[in-house]
Design a protein around this ligand. Structure first.
Ligand code: ZN
Ligand code: ZN
Length: 373
């Protein structure tokens, strides 16, 4: 292993990434150094890159990105197994989380690790130990206390790289709202999360599954991943007409569950309106602080509707996500999810092509752009 590696350092919206050579860290007990093999541009990365919310960046920049997979490059003192107790060696492929519940706060002690307020620290710059804090780099440092699992040989990187964000996030979210056999579900947004959520909802027994988006290609992909109905914002621009269609498809009731995987606040009241009385809304997409929407709370009260926000997940989800992929990889075209791969040095171009917010809907054909450092 060389003493340095390359990282793409971010200095703020509208500025190009800088490729920098950084030292490899000395590993603390319990840490694992990963050689990143594939890192995806997630929707939340686009929020940072675009500048959707103010971001306090360190003066020496920030390495970000979190949806990734790789191989074990070095094991810290004392690490002999993965988080399920299976032997772990240098060179093993791994899926791992990118956030670190503290285990020492009220929320963690209540057993709700995914909601730990300390699970994501302030962004640290590349000059600060452990340097490798993001996916858009040749290495990633899994801190002591992080969870890491060996990856089965039969799953290619392109299927595994979305596991630690998109796939685990939707499995956890749909579990949190109690999606079950025969529940109707509306999935808003057919990007990385929405598409995975469609297949997961299908495997959880949900029916019917309605997917809403504005891009025809994405809706076609949603159908390949198990959607019963797709609803195009371009073809049905009237919100009331869209609600009526959802009612028609759900026996006149509205959906048991609706989920935001779009990340635009306007999607939230629209989705709540599609719920049946007593239905549950799952909010995952809107991560940018300060972006607001007008919401009439009486729609929740008179409709007895629940609103559930979720970010990140509990550790058990990653192995379950890997098993889900092994079980279902021939049932859905997962290989179509990472649609474009770029070398790390072309990260600016990868972001430009992945951007969908400001361009004509039909021109954004990328599902997930990936970097192969
Ligand atoms: Zn993500
Ligand atoms: Zn905690």
């Amino acid at each position: 292993m060389g003493a340095t590696g390359k990282a793409a350092v971010f200095f703020g919206p509208g500025r190009p990434f800088q490729i920098q050579e950084l030292p490899l860290p000395a590993l603390e007990p319990g840490a694992v150094l990963i050689r990143v093999t594939l890192a995806n541009v997630c929707g939340s990365d686009l929020h940072f890159w675009r500048g959707d919310a103010p971001l306090a960046l360190p003066p020496d920049g920030w390495i970000f990105g979190h949806e990734m997979t790789g191989r074990v490059a070095a094991l810290g003192p004392g690490v002999k197994t993965d988080s399920l107790g299976r032997p772990l060696r240098e060179g093993d492929r791994a899926a791992f989380s990118y956030f670190y519940p503290c285990g020492r706060c009220y929320v963690c002690l209540r057993g709700h690790r995914a909601a730990c307020p300390n699970k994501v620290g302030r962004p640290t710059g590349p000059s600060e130990f452990p340097h490798w804090v993001g996916a858009f780099a040749e290495y990633y440092y899994v801190r002591p206390g992080g969870v890491l699992f060996r990856v089965p040989d039969d799953l290619p990187d392109a299927l595994v790289s979305p596991v630690n964000c998109a796939l685990s996030q939707v499995i956890y979210g749909l579990t949190q709202v109690g999606l079950g056999l025969g529940d109707s579900v509306v999935i808003q947004g057919a990007g990385g999360l929405g598409i995975q959520a469609t297949a997961v909802a299908r495997e959880m027994g949900a029916s019917p599954i309605v997917v809403v988006d504005q891009v025809a290609e994405r809706l076609a992909l949603a159908r390949a991943f198990g959607a019963d109905h797709t609803l195009s914002l371009a073809e049905v621009p009237d919100r009331k007409a869209r609600v009526k269609l959802v009612r028609d498809w759900t026996g006149g009731r509205g959906a048991d569950v609706a989920c935001d995987f779009v990340g635009l606040p306007a999607a939230v009241p629209a989705g709540i309106e599609m719920l049946r009385y007593g239905g549950t809304y799952l909010e995952i997409g809107c991560i940018s602080r300060g972006r607001t929407v007008e919401l009439d709370p009486s729609a929740l009260v008179w409709g007895s509707k629940r609103l559930v926000g979720v970010v990140m997940y509990d550790p058990w989800v990653i192995p379950r996500a890997l098993e889900f992929l092994q079980r279902c990889r021939t049932r859905y075209p997962f290989e179509r999810l990472v649609s474009h791969t770029f070398p790390l040095t072309e990260i600016d171009e990868a972001f430009r092509q992945a951007e969908w917010d400001s361009r004509a809907p039909a021109s954004s054909r990328i599902t997930r752009a990936a970097l192969a450092p």
